[in-house]
Design a protein around this ligand. Structure first.
Ligand code: ZN
Ligand code: ZN
Ligand code: FE
Length: 764
């Protein structure tokens, strides 16, 4: 510093001012206080920082311009996992602090409490993990303030070690020193641990008998021999096996009783991912993100056919925990990594339960002694138009709150049945739960209630009302009834549209397009190809797909050829269609025909999902559906992008509603197939036709209402080909289109919509 400047400073010595600052958002368990400590030291600011409830409170003093720079930096450059929602400050009297301190005392106080979800191993920890000189070399539970378990180990808030499943592991002096040192990257990393003090691994055989040797080396050797190994992960057990060996993958399918639904595949790192999958830069970023989600990506055809039968896209993921990193590196080949359960039951989380329920599936179990407090499956995502989309909200995504367009009273959205999830909301924060599984068993409902109990206590939201689906038999509806709270029933497709509105914080009236497999309508028929005009409170059904019979109800979901017969009969092309479908027994066929003609009772449906089923069956693409949406997914996979023609369709007005007539479409499909056009060509044309038809209905609605915002929802829009085509066509015609990104477009998002609708109605 020059003499000139020193003198200048001395003459106009800046007076010291002080500010009391409050930072709100995701600021606990993310290294926020050490970040503040470092900033204060960098800017020459004194005072203190502490956690109060869910808020970080700072007292900072120093010359005004330094304080100003300090406050700007708080918002501009927070730690990677933090989400700063608000920084508020007020001028206070300076206290004459000489240093900046981290105050570790934590006062209990009411208020919102947000915490980062679980985070995949960070780069710094990964370097230590594979550094032979490091004291945590090859330690499977390495973590720091930027990474590691969070919600899967938290028993209560505020977040500190005493209230996590790490409390049974007292820190050794070395870990304690790191934990207490604000300049250390493990300062207040609650799950901090090392080989001297932390959790340990063990390997047992299928009957629970110990297997000697290094657990990771031995587990890797078993995998390389073609065995199936159950691994205890962050939010539950995984089942792993070699992803390139058809024999073992097929065996896993047989044992898990999961014939077709795709398995996810884990590879060691991005380089290995590039070898197996054709990745865009956005897909690479998503794979390597701190959430380490499953990403649906294009496969290069190197994996066993049974990994994802009939799919061109595969679910790929990178290691989410140090244990995964160690194992993948040891094995040196990609592994199938699927949830540790039988078919669609909730994922196993404790050792005894896993040993019992996965007996006969896993040949060995890689276990550890840190308890999993909460159940989280792996999240499923994809990249759409260069940005991530969450399809299954799970580990590392839930329970980050969604900010609502309006403040709501404490309220619970019970959700639907498939892809069960609830939503607990209060004020402008909506906590949409993780994917719990299909709510069709006692086991699933137990997992649902457990998770709900946790959210209630962690976020301190005591619901005053409960929103639920119109369907009286959904277990989530029954649960809502049992709460004894005031209830609001919300129609399924309205909830789909409202969920997208909530995520995008939309107010006012919009055109809602909700396409899915099934939701009960206000007229008690099955809906699923719906055009609504809605605001937050109310929805009017202004259009829908033409209704057909759904022969045998649920049997038609399992056997898509039944829908093919229903649609073909409706379109007047039954004889030609029968020639396309496989041989059926006369009895079976006669029953279905009687159901279709209305001679035997059978529900009516306007479902878009069921239309996909019909076309997939006619095209010979799906005989039997063993997982939800399978025919539509396979039809999308088969579709040729070179298909340019479209089938005819018609719009009619019936009882004041627009009805999209599917008969010319189905007739066109059958005619093409009879003429020998390829299933891929027909699938491509069908997708284009549906997109064109959706545009036409939206234009007609805009003509009548002047509305030009279109909100999409429902599981059919998981279909990338259809979604992209619909959105592009709508945008070309000057519609504003809204698609969910942070919440699932399918039934996993319904609970969020229920909350928005119910609170608007309660208000009204
Ligand atoms: Zn780390
Ligand atoms: Zn230690
Ligand atoms: Fe739905």
């Amino acid at each position: 510093m020059t003499t000139e400047m020193t003198r200048a400073r001395a003459t106009s010595r800046p007076s010291v001012v002080a500010r009391r600052i409050e930072v709100r958002g995701v600021v606990q368990g993310v290294g926020f206080r050490p970040f503040v400590w470092r900033l204060a030291n960098r800017h020459g600011v004194t005072g203190w920082v502490r956690n109060r409830g869910g808020v970080v409170e700072i007292l900072a003093e120093g010359p005004e311009e330094r304080l100003e720079a300090f406050c700007r930096a708080l918002e501009a450059d927070p730690p990677p996992l933090a989400r700063v929602e608000e920084v508020r400050w007020s001028e206070v009297r300076p206290g004459g602090f000489a240093t900046f301190e981290v105050d570790e005392s934590q006062e209990e106080e009411l208020g919102e409490r947000l915490i980062s979800p679980d985070v995949a191993t960070c780069g710094a920890c990964l370097r230590e993990l594979f550094d032979p000189a490091d004291r945590r070399y090859r330690y499977p539970f390495i973590n720091c303030t930027d990474c590691g378990p969070r919600f899967t180990i938290i028993e209560a808030l505020p977040y500190d070690r005493e209230r996590t499943s790490m409390r049974v592991f007292p820190m050794c002096p070395d870990c304690e020193r790191e934990y207490r040192d604000p300049s250390d990257r493990r300062f207040h990393a609650e799950p901090v641990a090392c080989p001297a003090c932390g959790p340990t691994l063990r390997l047992v055989d299928g009957r629970g008998r110990p297997i000697a040797g290094d657990p990771i080396e031995r587990a890797a050797a078993l995998l390389l021999e073609g065995r199936i190994v159950a691994l205890k992960g962050l939010g539950g057990f995984h089942l792993a096996c070699l992803a390139e060996e058809e024999g073992v993958v097929a065996e896993l399918r047989r044992r898990k009783r999961r014939p077709h639904k795709p398995f996810a595949v884990m590879v060691a790192d991005l380089e290995a991912a590039r070898e197996r999958f054709a990745l865009s830069p956005a897909e690479e970023r998503l794979l390597a993100s701190p959430q380490a989600p499953i990403v649906l990506v294009r496969d290069r055809g190197t994996l066993a056919p049974s990994v994802a039968p009939g799919h061109r896209r595969q679910g790929a993921m990178l290691p989410a925990t140090p244990l995964h990193h160690l194992l993948l590196r040891e094995v040196g080949r990609p592994l199938v990594m699927t949830s540790g359960n039988v078919s669609d039951e909730p994922i196993c989380i404790d050792d005894e339960d896993a040993l019992r329920r996965l007996a006969g599936i896993a040949d060995a179990f890689l276990l550890h002694d840190r308890r999993i407090v909460a159940r989280y499956d792996d999240p499923v995502t994809r990249v759409w138009r260069g940005e991530p989309v969450v399809l299954r909200r799970a580990r590392s995504y839930a329970p980050s709150p969604i900010t609502l367009p309006v403040a709501v009273p404490p309220i619970l959205g019970a959700g639907a049945e498939l892809h069960g999830a609830f939503c607990l909301a209060s004020g402008t924060h909506a906590f949409l739960s993780q994917h719990i599984g299909d709510l069709d068993s006692e086991e699933a409902m137990r997992a649902y209630e457990e998770a709900l109990e946790r959210y209630r206590t962690l976020f301190r939201i005591e619901p005053e009302a409960v929103a639920h689906d119109l369907h009286p038999d959904f277990l989530s509806t029954r649960y809502a009834e049992e709460t004894g709270l005031p209830r609001v029933a919300v129609q399924h497709h309205q909830a789909h549209v409202a969920a997208t509105m909530a995520e995008h914080r939309l107010r006012g009236e919009v055109i809602g397009v909700a396409f899915d497999g099934f939701g009960l309508g206000e007229d008690e028929t099955a809906w699923g190809g719906e055009f609504l005009v809605c605001n937050a409170a109310r929805a009017e059904r202004v259009g829908h797909l033409r209704q057909v019979r759904q022969p045998g109800g649920d049997a038609a979901v399992r056997y898509p050829w039944r829908m093919a017969i229903a649609h073909a009969q409706d379109a007047g092309v039954l004889p030609a269609a029968l020639g396309l479908l496989g041989e059926r027994s006369v009895e079976e066929l006669e029953t279905v025909l009687a159901q279709v003609r209305g001679e035997l009772p059978s529900p009516r449906t306007s479902s878009g999902g069921r239309l996909f089923d019909a076309v997939a069956a006619l095209a010979g693409i799906c005989e039997e559906a063993t997982y939800e949406g399978q025919p539509a997914i396979l039809l999308e996979q088969a579709a040729l992008s070179s298909a340019t023609r479209e089938y005819a369709f018609e719009l009619a007005t019936v009882d004041g509603r627009l009805v999209l007539d599917t008969r010319p479409i189905v007739a066109g499909v059958v005619k093409d197939l009879v003429r020998g056009r390829s299933p891929g060509e027909v699938a491509g044309r069908f997708h284009r036709t549906l997109a064109a038809a959706i545009l036409e209905v939206c234009r007609a609605i805009r003509g009548g209402t002047g509305l030009s915002r279109v909100v999409l929802g429902g599981g059919v829009f998981q279909n990338d080909l259809l979604l992209s085509d619909v959105v592009t066509r709508l945008e070309t015609c000057d519609f504003e289109v809204y698609v969910p990104r942070r919440t699932p477009v399918g039934d996993g998002g319904v609970a969020l919509g229920q909350v928005l609708v119910a609170s608007a109605r309660l208000e009204g």
